[in-house]
Ligand binder design. Structure first.
Ligand code: GTP
Length: 417
């Protein structure tokens, strides 16, 4: 029931029109069902100076209190700081889709006199997650791989309004080859709209100048207009200027919103006119979560894995390769066999040549012997002829012959008749 239509000019694919329902249009639904059943794993890391609102933003982002709410402290007491890398996991569900979310909180840096190596434990943490994934991949049974790799790293930038600090550049340069970097301007409510716009420009210029690779929204070609506009809108907001809050406040017009209340008004987290929080969440969760996971797996992890294996001296060993590749083994056997045949042929040729040479020299020798015999006989005959000539002359001149000579002469006379 396949009716061929005009072949596609772009490629050699012949498009066929179906006359009946086959059912593969249901494939996306199958994938969807399976993914929903399996659930998703996503790990997000937050990096930035202490007190920039990391915990607050993560709570805001996933609409849940991943971090236990901080107890109100007496004004004199010091706020507890994150002193070690902490990982908090939560299973969250939305419309039946399960997401196992892990947030990796890193201790705020910049608090020490010497901040030179503060990036080290963070990079080590990212790498140890790659290590654990590689180890799981190499297990005999690898059906249940837990993906704890960091899929996105929210890098919090202090809202100074100037440009990136040296320490930010250092951090980003250390991180950008190992993780999807998403720069964020923290506590954007402390800057005016104009300051935010200027600051964004300066940050982007700094990032470009130092060749730092931040996560880029993929360019969707041939997609519907809505998707393309969404991608463009997200890209235009990077670095996202965000405001975090996990408390509900009342707006002057009587609405209840997540936001921060100030004497002069309310900053609404979910209001796109107030900050880029909505766009950040859209990028991270709604639009590019799969893209972030894919990029982590296909590029960042793959790159790291190759380098790791090479540094361990695991090259593409040809002997190992042959063992698992019968075609390569057959090829090698064929080459060996051909070499053996060629050797045998060369040996036979040599023996043949030797024999020919021997025969030739023997022939030459007998030829020479024959020639010598022939010469000998010729010489003897020549001598005999000379004697006979001599006798003839004597007979003709009337000189008597010796008895021996007479007999010869008789013979000669007999011969003459
Ligand atoms: P550590 O736990 O030390 O790593 O700090 P953190 O970066 O997690 O910051 P945290 O979320 O604890 O917030 C620090 C303070 O900043 C709190 O008093 C928050 O209420 C406040 N804060 C959080 N987000 C914002 C924001 O967007 N704007 C403003 N103005 N304050 C914020």
């Amino acid at each position: 029931s396949l009716v061929p239509t005009a072949p596609s000019t772009a490629s050699n694919i012949i498009r066929k029109k179906l006359m009946g329902y086959v059912g593969f249009a249901n494939l996306p639904n199958q994938v969807h069902r399976k993914s929903v059943r399996k659930g998703f794993q996503f790990t997000c890391m937050v990096v930035g100076e202490s007190g920039l609102g990391k915990s607050t933003l993560v709570n805001t982002l996933f609409n849940t209190t991943l971090y236990p709410p901080k107890e109100p402290l007496p004004p004199s007491a010091e706020r507890p700081k994150t002193v070690a890398i902490e990982s908090i996991g939560a299973d969250i569900e939305e419309n039946g889709v399960r997401l196992h979310l892990t947030v990796v909180d890193t201790p705020g840096f910049g608090d020490f006199v010497n901040n030179d190596d503060s990036w080290k434990p963070i990079v080590e943490n990212i790498e140890s997650r790659f290590d654990s994934y590689l180890e799981q991949e190499n297990r005999v049974n690898r059906t249940k791989i837990v993906d704890n790799r960091v899929h996105a790293c929210l890098y919090f930038i202090q809202p100074t309004g100037h440009s990136l600090k040296q320490i930010d550049i250092e951090f980003m340069r250390r991180l950008h080859t190992k993780v999807n970097l998403i720069p964020i301007i923290a506590k954007a409510d402390t800057l005016t709209d104009e300051e935010v716009a200027d600051f964004k420009q300066r940050i982007l210029a700094d990032i470009a100048h130092h060749d730092i690779h931040i996560f880029q929204a993929p360019s969707y070609e041939n997609e519907d207009e809505e998707t393309m506009t969404e991608a463009e809108e997200i890209a235009s907001k990077i670095p996202f200027a965000v405001v975090g809050s996990d408390t509900i406040v009342n707006t002057p017009d009587g609405r209840q919103v997540r936001g921060r209340a100030y004497p002069w008004g309310v900053v609404e987290v979910d209001n796109e006119d107030h900050c880029d929080f909505v766009k950040l969440r859209q990028m991270l969760v709604r639009t590019y979560m799969e893209e972030l996971r894919e990029y982590t797996n296909d590029w960042l992890y793959e790159n790291w894995r190759t380098q790791k294996l090479l540094s361990m001296g695991v090259a593409q060993d040809s002997s190992v390769f042959k063992e698992i590749n019968p075609a390569a083994r057959l090829q090698e056997e064929r080459i060996l066999h051909e070499a053996k045949l060629a050797k045998m042929e060369a040996e036979m040729k040599m023996v043949f040549q030797q024999k020919v040479q021997e025969k030739e020299s023997k022939l030459k020798q007998s030829e020479e012997e024959l020639y010598a015999r022939h010469k000998e006989m010729k010489d003897a005959l020549e001598k005999q002829r000379a004697e006979l000539e001599d006798k003839k002359r004597r007979i003709e001149s009337g000189r008597p012959l010796t008895p021996e000579k007479a007999s010869t002469g008789r013979k000669k006379g007999f011969l003459r008749t």
